[in-house]
Design a protein. Sequence first.
Length: 80
Amino acid sequence: MNCRNAVAICSEIRIKRWEMIEFAQTHGMSHDRTIRISEELDKLINEYLILQHHTPLEMRVEAQEMVVIVQEPFYNDYFL
């Protein structure tokens, strides 16, 4: 895999995270589909971490300059 794949995975992670939050807001966090979306998000994150672990350092540095993942707490004002 190359850096371009890491960028694509990061984009998918952002989209899937947004999808999960939006669905959970209307249907609840324990809804079967919310849980499935969460599992899909977990798989994407694991894929990204594996890619980072097996990618040469030079490629990781280049990818990190292009992509920043900011993880906000899932329990935020939307769910309080």
